[in-house]
Design a protein around this ligand. Structure first.
Ligand SMILES: C[S@@+](CC[C@H](N)C(=O)[O-])C[C@H]1O[C@@H](n2cnc3c(N)ncnc32)[C@H](O)[C@@H]1O
Length: 729
């Protein structure tokens, strides 16, 4: 995160504001009204809270001390006489913190449904209080000195009242004197409430405005040859959505629903820049109103989140270290023990000493969820089938406390290198990286895992805010080829799990896409192909929404409701899908034929998206997230390559010498010394031994090369060597 960038608190984004344009004037007129209403609501809440918080006998004192609450309730009591006027104490506003705390409480209330098990909410609460211990103390102090809550002796309020002042005088003076402090405090603390109240007013005004009026959205107001007026376009989008919500009374008699939907989709494409194909696909997931919220949410970045690497530190220490560097953060939510949401940072988060030491990784909040669902246990054998760049692998490793083993595989060699980097930085010692096409390599190369995570390559429709290129780059072919690959990968994942596993036997399938083809339809397909798996609860509680059990006339297995969907506009996280499967028996040798399938399965087959080519050999090239076709065959990462390994060993030796402050050229190019010449110091003797080994390796390499092995060096090897040279400089 760049310096000074400030993010919204994690949680649902602001509610849909479809009336922004049409009620612009009304909003302006009603601004002061709504603001005061919101402020009043907040004040009422505060007053109530204060009354609850203080013992009965103190209530009167508190309420008298609390000018804001008194005013808000409209029951202003005449304040007691104040002996003498003092200069008001300048308010040291901590409004932002207060705001966050308020929101946090709201959020935690929302997440109360989060279940036990992997989430261990008690621990989280304890962690949170630990983490915030110091801050809370500060807050309390600040609160005590604030106009709102404090009843301390030198309270500003008391400095402003005297015996001879009546209420209105007192209030006037209070207002004048504290205006700046109050507005600073209230502005930030009540922003959310103000927005909410304003929204309600606008909604009400909008309803009144439109009732009985049939907006003529088909009147073409665009000027030929000119770029569309975005404000008008947006207004038409909101008007069309409104009409679609009540077509009978608001629609033009000669226009059908399809006409309105068609107009709306065209406007969405123009306004947000989607292809018609993708806009339609995404639009069909929601009601028109919710689709608009989704498209809107894709225009803003999600909150920046970091995951504490518990192999190196704990959340409290990390938070403290980063706070000391000027990072404003707080726990991401009740559902995670390791996430920290960053609101503001004075330093680049990818270059702090803590980052470089592997104390945390920048990781989207929704990306925690598949790993939490998988819940890998210490000492298990786990496979991460599509692992790069390793956010989930390293989380798994941490949950397993560096025990057991994690096979972290990725078909992309360049991405696998990034994965290796993260694994090293975060200190994961139970992890082995492989560079294989998981569709065919597993379970052939390795199988019998306790758990498998398939965080599948996908179209990325859940992360459009990060990669707006998705809006135009994904076409029909992608939505056939990618789900096809996902189905193959998921079958391989299931087949790689040991159903006898004493502790596991689970597969988690996840994507950062929101389309049904890549999620429920893939799960439906494998349920049919592998009767030895069943969908089980993800353990992620009520966070998110259930998977679809029907879509566009197609019916899915009822258990698919146990899978979870996450949306940018609902949870303010990247769009994500998580499904947990339990393997109950061995994979059948032969695929069930149509005769063998049950009547239900046959029904599903006709109703689901399965194509007749399901069983054909897949010729789809492997596509990475950027859409680039992966060159898998002939890569030298997986198999043992003498040349490459020799070069790696030599390079490692050069680096080792450099780390010791020794110029490798000086050492490695020296003529061979006899034993007698060897230095006497034991360390140097070891040094000399290593030197000999290195030379032997280099000699072996050169002899191999001279034997013609050079010819077998692949493109990948050359690249590797080039990179190595570069890195060595
Ligand atoms: C969504 S990303 C994985 C992100 C990763 N799990 C993480 O959390 O950092 C999907 C990955 O699948 C890889 N991939 C694509 N096709 C594959 C295949 N056939 N076998 C294995 N990996 C594949 C891509 O290179 C990409 O890195």
């Amino acid at each position: 995160m760049g310096k000074g960038r400030r993010m919204k608190k994690q949680g649902p984004p602001a509610p849909l504001d479809e009336s922004k344009i049409t009620t612009m004037k009304k909003r302006k007129a009603g601004e002061s009204d709504s603001t005061s209403k919101a402020a009043a609501a907040k004040k009422r809440r505060r007053s109530d809270a204060d009354e609850e918080a203080v013992p009965k006998k103190d209530v009167s004192k508190k309420s008298k001390g609390n000018n804001v609450a008194t005013k808000a309730n409209g029951k202003a009591e005449k304040p007691k006489a104040i002996p003498e006027k003092k200069k008001p104490v300048p308010m040291d506003s901590d409004s932002d913190d207060e705001d966050m705390n308020d929101m946090e409480n709201d959020e935690f209330d929302d997440l109360d449904g989060v279940s036990d098990g992997s989430l261990a909410s008690d621990d989280v609460v304890e962690g949170l209080s630990d983490l915030e211990g110091e801050d809370d103390e500060d807050d309390d102090e600040d609160d005590d000195s604030s106009v709102i809550d404090s009843d301390e002796e030198d309270h500003p309020r008391e400095t402003m009242f005297s015996d001879d002042e009546d209420l209105s005088d007192a209030e006037e003076k209070l207002t004048a004197a504290n205006m700046e402090g109050l507005s600073r405090k209230l502005d930030a603390a009540k922003q959310a409430e103000e927005d909410e109240a304003e929204q309600e007013l606008q909604d009400a005004a909008m309803q009144t405005n439109i009732a009985g009026d049939r907006p003529d959205v088909f009147a073409d107001e665009t000027q030929p040859g000119l770029a569309p007026d975005l404000q008008l376009l947006r207004q038409r989008i909101t008007d069309t959505i409104r009409v679609l919500g009540d077509l009978k009374s608001l629609g033009q008699p000669d226009k059908s629903r399809a006409d309105y939907v068609d107009l709306l989709l065209n406007d969405i494409c123009t306004y947000y820049g989607y292809t018609r194909f993708l806009a339609e696909k995404l639009f069909n997931l929601f009601t028109p109103m919710e689709a608009f919220a989704f498209f809107e949410a894709n225009e803003t970045a999600r909150p920046v989140v970091i995951r504490t690497n518990t192999l190196r530190t704990n959340r409290r220490s990390l938070a403290q270290a980063l706070i000391n560097r000027g990072v404003v953060l707080e726990p991401v939510g009740k559902w995670s023990k390791v996430g920290l949401q960053v609101f503001e940072s004075a330093v680049p988060l990818g270059a702090t000493p803590e980052y470089l030491a592997g104390h945390y990784i920048l990781q989207a909040a929704s990306s925690f969820l598949p790993v939490m669902a998988l819940a890998p246990q210490p000492n298990e054998r786990v496979l991460d089938m599509a692992a790069a760049p390793g956010g989930k692998t390293t989380y798994m490793s941490a949950l397993m406390r560096n025990t057991g083993s994690v096979i972290a595989n990725d078909a992309s060699k360049p991405r696998a290198k990034g994965l290796i980097g993260n694994i090293h930085r975060l200190g994961c010692k139970n992890t082995i990286v492989t560079n294989l096409d998981a569709r065919t390599a597993f379970p052939k190369a390795l199988g019998g895992f306790d758990r498998v995570l398939l965080d599948a390559p996908c179209t990325g429709t859940g992360v459009i805010s990060k990669d707006p290129g998705v809006k135009t780059s994904k076409d029909e072919r992608d939505f056939l080829a990618i789900p096809h690959m996902q189905r193959q990968l998921l079958l391989a994942a299931i087949d790689s799990v040991d159903h006898h596993s004493k502790t596991g036997g689970y597969v988690v399938y996840s994507t950062c896409s929101v389309t049904v083809e890549e999620n429920e339809a893939v799960v439906q397909y494998v349920l049919r192909k592998r009767p030895n798996v069943k969908v089980v609860d993800t353990g992620l509680g009520d966070f998110g929404s259930p998977g679809f059990t029907s879509y566009m006339g197609k019916k899915f297995d009822a258990k698919i409701a146990l899978t979870r969907r996450y949306f940018p506009h609902r949870e303010n996280v990247d769009g994500f899908y998580v499904c947990k499967l339990k393997k109950t028996g061995p994979t059948p040798v032969a695929q069930p034929t149509d005769d063998a399938t049950t009547a239900k399965n046959r029904r599903d087959r006709t109703s689901s998206q399965a194509t007749s080519t399901d069983d054909e050999v897949d010729k789809t090239p492997i596509v990475d997230e950027d859409g680039a076709i992966q060159e898998l065959e002939g890569g030298s990462f997986g198999p043992f390559e003498e040349n490459e390994d020799s070069e790696r060993i030599a390079r490692a030796e050069r680096n080792r010498l450099r780390r010791k402050g020794i110029n490798p050229k000086a050492v490695l190019n020296k003529p061979k010394k006899s034993k007698a010449d060897a230095p006497a110091k034991p360390t140097e003797s070891t040094e000399s031994q290593r030197e000999k080994e290195t030379k032997a390796t280099a000699a072996k390499k050169s002899s191999n090369e001279s034997k013609g092995e050079k010819k077998t060096v692949t493109k990948g090897d050359k690249k590797e060597k080039k990179t190595g040279k570069k890195g060595g400089k």
